[in-house]
Design a protein. Structure first.
Length: 172
């Protein structure tokens, strides 16, 4: 087999990627706001109340650790949506990879607070018929309205292509 034929076979096996990315660090904006307020309070207590340096070290270390933890937790999440699955990778020391078949997607909901709307991000919640992952939450997705629509269309197209029909028992 020639390298051109091998390349064509390999690309035929790998579904095209519809979306690949990580959550925006701007989802940590509330944490950064709280950290700023806490730093302002520590500074004020040092200046106005003449608090000793060692007394202020604990809150400063706690705030820096919280901000670093949130940054690291967000940075270690990645989403990949291809023509057949949603893959989510999480974790630094303990890696967890979750895959959800697109044909199992039942509903895609967008949640977007006012500040997320200003920043152009949102939280996508995918409800599915999967037993292991009945609900998948995707934080900080850029352009969430288009992403939600594309994900819905892809799930419906895959079900149609595979001839899968949804049957709900118990709920109306």
């Amino acid at each position: 087999m020639t390298s051109k034929a091998a390349s064509a076979t390999k690309t035929a096996l790998v579904p095209p990627v519809l979306f690949q990315g990580s959550p925006s660090q701007s989802i940590n904006a509330p944490t950064l706001l709280v950290a700023f307020i806490m730093f302002a309070g520590v500074f004020w207590s040092r200046v106005a109340m003449h608090a000793p340096h060692l007394l202020l070290l604990g809150p400063i270390v706690a705030v820096v650790a919280l901000v670093f933890y949130r940054f690291l937790r967000t940075a270690t999440i990645s989403y990949t949506v291809d023509a057949e699955r949603i893959h989510v990778r999480r974790g630094v020391l303990l890696r967890k990879i979750t895959s959800l078949e697109l044909f199992r997607v039942q509903d895609v909901t967008l949640y977007q607070s006012w500040w997320q709307d200003l920043l152009g991000i949102g939280t996508i919640v995918v409800d599915s018929s999967d037993l292991v992952t009945p609900r998948l939450v995707m934080l900080g997705v850029p352009d969430p309205v288009a992403f939600r629509d594309d994900l819905n269309k892809s799930a419906i197209a895959l079900r149609d292509r595979k001839g899968i029909r949804e049957v709900n028992y118990g709920r109306v």
